[in-house]
Design a protein around this ligand. Structure first.
Ligand SMILES: Nc1ncnc2c1ncn2[C@@H]1O[C@H](COP(=O)(O)OP(=O)(O)OP(=O)(O)O)[C@@H](O)[C@H]1O
Ligand SMILES: [Mg+2]
Length: 112
């Protein structure tokens, strides 16, 4: 099993959720996060002046899935979250040791 963590623009959430529904996924968690990438949160404001904001609000979508489903889920997120502008976000993929469904005690892929 793998965990996909996608940090996206908050305004892309609806599009990303629709794309995920189309491709299919076992479940997901959405968390409100703040962060910055390599531009360190520099954003343009009125009249060409730039203001430095340390942390920008983003959403993090977390999905634990089967290894074989990682590519289709990641691709769906990329295609729906991308605007082409800086700050579109990032996807990190982690190995998951174990999953347990609390109600039934099922473990592993049966629990996701
Ligand atoms: N290396 C990182 N580690 C952890 N979180 C990160 C990392 N890079 C980006 N993030 C998170 O992703 C969000 C969006 O990052 P962003 O898309 O600006 O990355 P970037 O590397 O600056 O790429 P771009 O040049 O396209 O803006 C950040 O606000 C932060 O929450
Ligand atoms: Mg950036």
């Amino acid at each position: 099993m793998k965990e996909i963590r996608a940090i996206i623009r908050p305004e892309r959430l609806d599009a990303v959720l629709s794309a995920l529904e189309e491709v299919g996924h076992p479940g997901l968690t959405v968390a409100q996060v703040e962060g910055h990438g390599r531009q360190a949160g520099i954003i343009e404001q009125f009249r060409g002046r730039e203001y430095k904001v340390d942390l920008l609000p983003k959403l993090e979508i977390r999905i634990v899935c089967k290894d074989e489903d990682v590519e289709k889920i990641a691709t769906a997120i990329i295609n729906s979250a991308r605007t082409g502008e800086i700050g579109d976000g990032k996807i990190f993929i982690y190995q998951v040791e174990e999953a347990i469904r609390i109600r039934s005690g099922e473990r592993g892929e049966a629990a996701i």
